[in-house]
Design a protein around this ligand. Structure first.
Ligand SMILES: Cc1ncc(COP(=O)(O)O)c(C=O)c1O
Length: 372
């Protein structure tokens, strides 16, 4: 039994004490509660402004009678669907509670306190957290033009490097690396160093990169057994609330990840939704068209105000507001618009804005006119 003098901090694992927790976008209800605003546009978490496919809603409704059953922990039906969709073997795929779960699991499977885990400056916040959780040394390689400097990452590999996270495109900067640079990189990474290629925004990037130079990770998993590719249904498929993503790699590495995965980490609704979403490519096409229009609308409007943006290949855009960025963020909240401050990435002068639907984009631009 503990008494009131117990200092629980002393009981916490040293690696956990070092973890900087993930900072999520402000939830809509929180803003309504705190700021008493009734109408909110959330443009802070790169969600799909069209919602999700109507076919998914119908499938979930029909599935409700099965709520009392545990899900299939192996996600057999979804993996079968994905295997056919991607032309890979089922045993090259595992599913996770969002790709986030898998990104973190990889670190727990492959890295420990004596290892180095590498990622780029401005790389997605989950990478350093995953390194910290396992007590590994997090190695941040300076970015180049806000994107990954792949040659510098290669040069930073040491005998202790176990895992390298790269995101294509990257969040929060929206930057992309092309096929030539990727191939030069992956072909030179030693085979005993794992590379995790995070393709959360793959659909947007493949579409935006219309000269075909986007390197699709699936094309490389057979040639490079040390490569793992993560993807999500949270973005282009609009299923963020259900928490479902997947990882691709060589069957052996995937089997080790499955050892650590909790038996039922992906619920049955999420699996049914993902299977159905894959059968509605028209929804993704509409999503990409909406994003194209919104990206142009927002980018043109902010550039017309003389603001600089980081050109983005995803469904968000990062804008330089200067030293008043946080103040502008606060003022936008009062106008009912939630965007994302980037101070936790060391980008204190920037705000990241998720591209919304026409209505949300207009709300943001109207609010910005007022605030500036
Ligand atoms: C680059 C990147 N990777 C992974 C994720 C995690 O997505 P999820 O856990 O919803 O699949 C995100 C979410 O914003 C992201 O931006």
């Amino acid at each position: 039994m503990s008494d009131s003098s117990t200092n629980f901090y002393d009981l916490v694992q040293p690696a956990v004490k070092k973890v900087n927790p993930y900072v999520a976008g402000k939830p809509i209800d929180e803003l309504k509660r705190e700021y008493k605003v009734s109408y909110v546009s959330k443009m802070a978490s790169n969600e799909n402004p069209l919602g999700s496919s109507l076919k998914v809603a119908t499938a979930l409704h029909n599935f409700a009678a099965n709520m009392s059953r545990y899900p299939d922990g192996s996600g057999h039906n979804l993996r079968e669907k994905l295997a056919a969709f991607l032309q890979v073997d089922m045993n090259q795929i595992t599913i996770g509670n969002g790709s986030n779960e898998l990104l973190e699991l990889v670190a727990r499977v492959f890295a420990g306190p004596d290892d180095e885990v590498m990622y780029s400056q401005y790389g997605f916040a989950v990478y350093p957290i995953s390194a910290q959780i396992v007590g590994a040394t997090a190695v941040e390689v300076p970015a180049k033009n806000f994107g990954h400097d792949l040659p510098a990452m290669l040069a930073a590999i040491t005998a202790k490097t176990k895992l390298i996270y790269v995101a294509n495109p990257n969040n929060p900067t929206g930057t992309l690396f092309r096929r030539d640079d990727w191939e030069a990189f992956i072909s030179q990474v030693p085979s005993n160093v794992l590379v995790v290629l995070d393709e959360a925004y793959l659909e947007y990037a493949e579409h935006a990169c219309n000269d075909g130079s986007y390197p699709n990770g699936v094309d490389y998993i057979n040639a490079y057994p040390n490569l793992l590719v993560s993807r999500t249904f949270s973005k282009a498929y609009g299923l963020a609330s259900l928490r479902i993503g997947y990882m691709l790699g060589c069957a052996e590495n995937i089997s080790y990840i499955n050892r650590l995965r909790m038996p039922f980490s992906v619920n049955a609704y999420a699996q049914v939704a993902a299977i159905t979403a894959l059968s509605d490519p028209q929804f993704v096409t509409k999503t990409l068209r909406t994003n194209d229009q919104g990206m142009m609308q927002v980018r043109n409007a902010v550039e017309a105000k003389g603001l600089e943006v980081i050109p983005s290949f995803a469904n968000f855009i990062t804008i330089k507001f200067g030293e008043n960025a946080l103040e502008i963020y606060e003022k936008l909240l009062r106008e009912g618009v939630i965007v994302r401050p980037l101070a936790n990435y060391g980008m204190t002068e920037y705000l990241r804005v998720s591209i919304g639907n026409n209505h949300e984009n207009n709300h943001f631009m109207g609010a910005l006119n007022k605030v500036l």
